[in-house]
Write a protein that binds this ligand. Structure first.
Ligand SMILES: Nc1nc2c(ncn2[C@@H]2O[C@H](COP(=O)(O)OP(=O)(O)O)[C@@H](O)[C@H]2O)c(=O)[nH]1
Ligand SMILES: [Mg+2]
Length: 292
């Protein structure tokens, strides 16, 4: 399950958003213990498929949402606060933009700088330690230069495997959520202004797509990385389907909605054939064939 961590200054609306997404209402005040909940992505395509085939059960993609306490902008975040975020797949940066008197542009820039400063400190201490041991510092100096140009390490052009384990926060993918739309925010990073766009935004930032299955009485949506082969995608459903993979057939949901019936589409001969190494396209409805 994709893990989404809400990160923002206190009062930016993290808990408010958390509650809207997850429907949970309790609140934990320990800065190092999150509110944890599940957000269900009511994918529109699956809704349409549901209207047509009226399955007994519909299974939507789920996201795990983490809401930590924030710290005031003037005070900044304590260093070890960021440890909370290393387990997540994406940071949703929450910027307060629902009051006339706030400056969301400044707040966002300050928040990004918090991430960058955190990593600068980390990288500087790594360089220090390595200097003492006289042990490869080149790549770390490259990182430091990059950070000092106010860029995020997720965008640096080096083999990032070497950086894993160093607890660098700017390696994470980020999506900005403007909480409210009082003022326009200029940024080179992906930003959304409406909570309805959150899941689409997350999938886009993470380079993920959605495919669908209709099996028995269940219609289900699955989120996978863009470049996953049909065989590996099958493994998301069940390891046995991957192991015994024979082939898959696919139809884009738009065509399915037009035709309105899977067997009819099959008889018309318009299903795409997918071999084990074929790539899945966003919005495909897929039927897998496998041996047991
Ligand atoms: N009007 C308005 N108030 C909001 C919005 N989001 C949060 N708030 C309010 O702002 C205050 C701080 O929100 P909260 O979620 O506790 O912020 P957190 O510290 O980031 O968790 C609360 O009183 C919320 O009800 C919003 O979009 N519009
Ligand atoms: Mg809160």
């Amino acid at each position: 399950m994709i893990k989404v961590a809400l990160l923002g200054y206190s009062g930016s609306g993290k808990t408010y958003i958390f509650r809207q997404i997850t429907g949970k209402s309790e609140e934990i005040f320990d800065p190092f213990k999150p509110n944890v909940g599940i957000g269900i992505y009511k994918d529109e395509t699956l809704e349409k498929i549901k209207e047509i085939i009226k399955p007994k059960k519909v299974v939507y993609p789920e996201f795990e949402i983490y809401d930590f306490k924030g710290f005031p902008e003037g005070q900044g975040f304590p260093h070890n606060y960021f440890k909370n975020f290393f387990e997540s797949d994406i940071l949703l940066l929450i910027v307060k933009n629902f009051l006339d008197e706030t400056n969301p542009q400044e707040e966002l820039e300050s928040l990004i700088m918090e991430l960058i400063y955190h990593d600068i400190e980390r990288v500087e201490s790594i360089i220090e330690a390595r200097k003492r041991e006289n042990f490869g510092i080149e790549i770390w100096e490259k990182c430091l230069d990059f950070l000092k140009k106010e860029r995020l390490l997720k965008d640096i052009d080096i083999d990032k495997k070497q950086l894993l384990g160093a607890e660098l926060i700017t390696l994470k993918e980020i999506l900005i959520f403007s909480n409210g739309n009082k003022k326009e925010i200029k940024t080179k990073f992906p930003i959304i202004y409406d909570l309805k766009e959150i899941y689409k935004g997350i999938l886009e930032v993470l380079g993920m797509i959605t495919f669908y299955t209709i099996k028995g009485d269940i219609a289900q949506a699955w989120v996978i990385p863009k470049n996953l082969t049909a065989k590996s995608a099958a493994g998301k459903i069940h390891k046995d389907i991957e192991k015994g993979f024979v082939k898959a057939v696919a139809l884009n949901f738009k065509e399915f909605i037009e035709i309105g019936d899977w067997n009819k589409a099959k008889n018309m001969g318009i299903l795409k054939f997918l071999g084990p190494n074929s790539l899945i396209s966003d919005g495909d409805i897929i039927e897998f064939y496998f041996t047991k």
